[in-house]
Design a protein around this ligand. Sequence first.
Ligand code: FA5
Length: 380
Amino acid sequence: MSAPNKSYDPVEVEALKPEEIERMRDEAVAAFAAAGDLDALAHAKTAHTGGTSPLALANREIGALPPHAKAAAGKLVGQARGAVSKALAARQAELEAERDARVLVEEAVDVTLPYDRTPAGARHPLTTLMERVADVFVSMGYEVAEGPEVEAEWFNFDALNFVPDHPARQMQDTFFVQGTTPEGTAVTTGDESGVVLRTHTSPVQARTLIDREPPVYVVCPGRVYRTDELDATHTPVFHQIELLAVDEGLTMADLKGTLDHMVQALFGADMKTRLRPNFFPFTEPSAEMDMLCYVCRGESVGNPDRPCRTCGSEGWIELGGCGMVNPKVLTACGVDPEKYSGFAFGFGIERMLMFRHNVEDMRDMVEGDVRFTRPFGMEI
Ligand code: FA5
């Protein structure tokens, strides 16, 4: 800043010449007009109204003028700064209006769209997997058959060749349903009622054979009950899928081919099954069916460098039971075993979900926590 100067002539102070002040004003107004958006305007504002802008520097020169010259110079600079502020405010308002109009178009929200206030949730993976397995068979021409969960003991056991004192009845720990009057008074003890919560989906085999004439090709998904404690690998209420085919000339080869097709459809083209001898009263011969371990594909067997937690390095995972329908069952259901033969298999959906999706604890499936179901998504 210059020192006070008694012999001051404003014309000699370059920065305070009227034409200079007008030039500074005009340059500022032109810069604001040229600013295409609010960011550019902010830069122009700093350049033309900030502490080091030409007009601010000229304003500072006024302090160095003799008193008689200060008023004229102050008026000159003040008018120029006023015009600049006005131009800035006008351009600011213009650009803000442009921005608001653009944002209203670009970020428009259609408030008429329906809004779902309730979270969509997810289907339970057991339901999805059960439908997926059933679909494999429906696509092969099988029909879906169903039966009651509160079942006659005859269908659950007798029709399936479990004689009354057959030790196999103890194989599946049964909930018996107590008979009561309409008022709720017990009229039978549980095991006299002849009514049980079905322990497997196999009674649907008997119901179907009584209902329909062969050829019969049905898949029966459903809920079953056993007096098992809830733990990591058991639940008292679980799901099974049963398959029954009865036709002329069916053999174990058809059973094996059908099992292989199922595991290939569900786990990949290189999958296969194996059968191990077992016993079920309603199939003869009977077998336990295993599928190749879907994680190691059998490669962990005899390979200590590649142990497999899923199959315990055995290469196979147990899936369920199967066999050729016992001729005694066909006879009990009115089907001629001389003419027809059949195969059947059944397995637990919970177990399949465990190894298909690495679920380590069956309790997670029954607790109803959406954090368990949500990651499985919405397969319909
Ligand atoms: C049966 O239930 C036979 N009805 C299967 C069958 C059908 C054999 C047709 C022959 C012909 P099993 O008792 O092994 O078989 O049970 C079949 C499957 O149910 C088991 O492999 C297992 O996956 C599942 N399972 C059994 N108990 C439980 C349980 N408490 N919790 C969850 N899954 C279970």
